[in-house]
Design a protein around this ligand. Structure first.
Ligand SMILES: *Cc1c(COP(=O)(O)O)cnc(C)c1O
Length: 390
């Protein structure tokens, strides 16, 4: 076949919302003008609304890891005792960041595909009352598993520690009641459910976290939460902002507000449910069957088949980029994303493509088996067709 549209089906970067992409072309704007301050202020206000918090929300020109780094360097001190939940490659990133800054981490690991339970967090906090912070991924993108953030938050809230949540693929895929549950720091990234390219990181900061920051002695310069908060209140960023990205963000947030954050989450959840149904119908196994999240579904490759073959076939046959496993999971699993600008038409095509690829590589399936399972989920959801208003 001669025309192959490029399709980004990865859990970051994710498919781009076209009006947001077009908005980037108006980047011939100066950031120290009232015109830009207006946009910046509205982005911060809309971010708060999307994240569902009354806490301060800050924005950085960085990928998500920048905000993870900033949360440690601004709120903690060398030698602080912390609890780090690690259930995948992104949990390992928390471990590395904590180590880089000299924190003393009690690392609670779970095998890939499983999660760290709230009970283990509670026990770790009880064992070390001086714990200053607890770190976790809401959604562990490398395995497709989802943590019980709510129960963990309850355990942490009773202590003097702050709860720092990498919600980079949690936002827009699972409910996160930042203020109600007691999430002190929640981190997001632009290239996930926000439907825009990589380059912006977001962070909410609770009063408890600000208080912890007052005694922090770790060095930092570019990522300065206090300075950023002061600048944000004045409608500006501390340094030159990623102007084009902020124009895109304003447009994407307008769209997300129009859909409603709760519906964006339902959208991802429905797609995840349909994906699980489809791959299961095809006889494949889920990698995180115990606590599957809705940002991405990790699927084990059939016995004897390298998942890289499936990834490569998607690219070569259909111009579609899906994610392989990371680290030691490479070759074992492939990952199909649902967060942000994904719809059922994307999914039907993806599953149909998967069936073709499986058949062509020695794992025979009846065409339509997976697609039918996804169609059933769509049909049973009884979602009334909505006129397109965007
Ligand atoms: C994408 C992602 C990140 C951030 O990675 P960057 O490359 O810095 O954007 C962090 N945590 C999770 C769970 C992610 O999915």
């Amino acid at each position: 076949m001669y025309i192959r549209k490029q399709r980004l089906l990865t859990p970051g970067p994710t498919p781009l919302y076209p009006p947001a992409l077009h908005a980037m072309m108006a980047a011939d704007i100066h950031h120290r003008t009232e015109e830009f301050r207006k946009i910046y202020r509205s982005c911060l206000a809309d971010l708060k609304e999307m994240m569902g918090t009354a806490h301060d929300v800050l924005m950085f020109a960085a990928s998500g890891t920048g905000a993870m780094d900033a949360s440690v360097s601004n709120l903690f001190s060398r030698g602080d005792k912390v609890v780090v939940c690690s259930a995948g490659k992104f949990g390992e990133r928390w471990v590395e960041i904590a180590k880089a800054y000299g924190l003393e981490g009690d690392v609670l690991t779970a095998p890939y595909g499983e999660v760290v339970t709230p009970e283990r967090v509670e026990a770790a906090l009880a064992a070390e009352p001086a714990t200053k912070g607890v770190f976790v991924q809401a959604s562990e993108t490398s395995t497709g598993a989802m943590h019980d953030v709510r129960a963990m938050a309850q355990a942490v809230a009773k202590t003097g520690a702050i709860f720092v949540v990498d919600a980079i693929t949690g936002f827009g895929t699972m409910p996160l009641d930042i203020d109600g549950w007691g999430i002190d720091v929640a981190i997001g990234g632009s290239q996930k459910a926000f439907m825009i390219p990589p380059g912006l990181a977001f962070m909410s900061v609770s009063p408890k976290a600000w208080k912890m920051g007052e005694t922090s002695t770790l060095p930092h310069y570019y990522f300065n939460l206090k300075k950023e908060k002061k600048s944000g209140d004045a409608g500006e960023s501390s340094w030159t902002p990623a102007t084009a990205m902020i124009l895109a963000l304003a447009e994407a947030l307008r769209y997300i507000k129009q859909i409603g954050m709760a519906n964006l989450i339902v959208n991802a959840q429905m797609l995840a449910q349909a994906t699980r149904a489809a791959v299961t119908a095809l006889g494949l196994q889920l990698f995180a069957p115990g606590s599957p999240g809705s940002s991405v579904t990790a699927v084990k490759a059939p016995q004897g088949m390298d998942s890289g073959v499936i990834v490569k076939e998607f690219r070569n046959r259909f111009g579609a980029i899906i994610a392989n496993g990371q680290g030691t999971m490479k070759g074992q699993i492939f990952r199909l994303a649902h967060l942000g600008y994904f719809d059922f038409a994307d999914l039907f095509a993806t599953i149909a493509g998967l069936e073709i690829i499986l058949n062509a590589n020695g794992y025979s399936v009846q065409y339509g088996t997976g697609v039918a399972a996804a169609q059933q989920v769509y049909a049973q959801a009884a979602v009334k067709p909505q006129p397109v208003t965007a």
